[in-house]
Write a protein that binds this ligand. Sequence first.
Ligand SMILES: Nc1ncnc2c1ncn2[C@@H]1O[C@H](COP(=O)(O)OP(=O)(O)O)[C@@H](O)[C@H]1O
Ligand SMILES: [Mg+2]
Length: 338
Amino acid sequence: MAVEQREPATNHELIRVENLHTQFFTEQGVVKAVDGVSFGIEKGKVLGVVGESGCGKSVTAMSIMRLLPEPRGRIVSGEITFYPPEGGTVDITGLDRHSSEMRSIRGRHIAMIFQEPMTSLNPVYTVGDQIIEAIQLHQKVDKDTARARAIEVLDQVDIPDPERRIDEYPHQMSGGQRQRAMIAMALSCYPSLLIADEPTTALDVTIQAKILRNMRTLQREYGMSIMLITHDLGVIGQMADEVLVMYVGRKVEQSSVRGLFHNPLHPYTQGLLKSIPLIGLRGKKLVPITGSVPSPYNLPTGCYFAPRCPEATDQCQRESPPESEVEPGHYVSCWLYK
Ligand SMILES: Nc1ncnc2c1ncn2[C@@H]1O[C@H](COP(=O)(O)OP(=O)(O)O)[C@@H](O)[C@H]1O
Ligand SMILES: [Mg+2]
């Protein structure tokens, strides 16, 4: 592991992403999928990442996991630094993505669950065999111990009768159970960071709420950090401590959940809030944000949100806004606050 003597920016941080630029080099041109994003995730906290489809949420996660389809998609600059709970510093951007260090980080320290569990569970192996394999890949334990641990985690995610269900194939489980099995697999190695990319989007609302509650409980029990990616601010309100709002590869606002819901600053965040059915706001008219996310090949000059923004001025059309801290810990990139 690449251990340096450098201390984290605050010693509460588990990971820090600094000025990350991740791009795709395609026939039509360069896609700046992540365009200068910085944030940290504190130990034992949930960071929600929100934004419409195409805003760079998944690519941010894939950059941390070093799972980009390189060389077509790659980190062109910036730093991702991981501070393992046992001490030391790992320069994730400096590692070879195929190295044993990076493979050990993936799975053991940082686990990821994807939106569609069918694509991440292998249909030809039982759910149990896949969890046992994941455990044995990262921990020196025998098969019986790994199996006992697999049953334990399946039980923790509320799979009924886990001693029996462990030997089922993915297709024998419902969508909700498969997603819970994926979460169990991610938890089986006691990761310090779980990256959950739209983990419940494909599920119906009641199962979604149940899985999220369950994840939150496990997160507290394990003292784990979560990076929770979603396009749904309702999920953020239920789950997160801190929120990052992304728009076209850039961070437009960052705040505590309280700060964001009580005092949303960016017109984009305000638009997102008006467009979702929130608890307590039931009955209020939902107003979708007009227009759509611009094509990455044809970006507006100035603030990327200006063409859709009800408050845009000439300056917004011309220049992109710098970030400012409007109240302690509440950051926004918008000319209204300069
Ligand atoms: N493999 C890829 N090749 C080219 N462009 C990609 C690829 N993956 C993602 N992108 C582009 O990167 C941008 C960010 O995508 P993504 O992170 O998936 O958005 P989100 O997860 O917020 O919906 C989008 O413009 C998307 O089209
Ligand atoms: Mg995505």
